[in-house]
Design a protein around this ligand. Structure first.
Ligand code: SF4
Ligand code: SF4
Length: 202
């Protein structure tokens, strides 16, 4: 029976016997792995950087980005579009929306307070989806980190201010057209969208 030189380390012995070639030996002597790693690092110096120098460089938010919330102002009166139905608060999984309503002299519902605790929000956008009036949106704004909790507790006034500050006139026009007065083309499927067909249509 063949005896190994180092009988208590059989794997090391078998590697040396079978796989270790002269090229491997040279690579070990000349520290090839380190040299090739350094070469890779050096080559990165001449490539276009993929990182951004935030906050000096800022990334444009893509359509559908879920940023800071805003309450939509009616373009004609400047009042909040919200009617206080409470659907957004009901669907919110974090229970971070609270709405206080009352009735005015003409028995119309008035939204006295609309409060949204951003620190509890999970940015699911369910409130936006649930609103039957298109009265709440998530803006493209993402730079609202702050040192105080109060700054991140949104009141109705603050949410309306967010609409003024973070939704451009052009974006507002698109929003009103698409969600307040949609036309046929707003319901068209985008290119490549999966379409359901039942047996009768095939
Ligand atoms: S985005 Fe989701 S978690 Fe945040 S307020 Fe809306 S429903 Fe609630
Ligand atoms: S934001 Fe929309 S869903 Fe929420 S209370 Fe106002 S109208 Fe109703």
């Amino acid at each position: 029976m063949k005896k190994h030189l180092i009988s208590h380390e059989p794997k090391v012995v078998s590697l040396v016997e079978k796989d270790y070639t002269f090229i491997d030996f040279l690579k070990t002597v000349f520290l090839w792995e380190i040299v090739s790693g350094l070469g890779l690092t050096l080559s990165a110096l001449f490539k276009k950087p993929v990182t951004m120098q935030y906050p000096h460089e800022k990334k444009e938010s893509k359509p559908g980005f879920r940023g800071l919330h805003a309450l939509v102002r009616k373009p004609d009166t400047g009042e909040a579009r919200c009617v206080g139905c409470g659907l957004c608060a009901a669907i919110c999984p974090s229970k971070c929306i609270t709405i206080y309503t009352s009735e005015d002299a003409g028995s119309d519902k008035v939204v006295d307070r609309y409060e949204l605790d951003i620190l509890r929000c999970v940015f699911c956008s369910f409130c936006v989806e649930a609103c039957p009036y298109g009265a709440i949106v998530m803006t493209k704004h993402y730079e609202y980190a702050d040192y105080s909790k109060e700054a991140l507790f949104m009141t109705k006034e603050k949410l309306l201010k967010n609409w003024d500050n973070y939704v451009s006139e052009e974006d507002a026009k698109v929003y009103f057209k698409k969600f307040w007065a949609p036309r046929e083309e707003d319901f068209e499927s985008h290119e490549g969208q999966a379409v359901f067909r039942n047996n009768r249509q095939q």
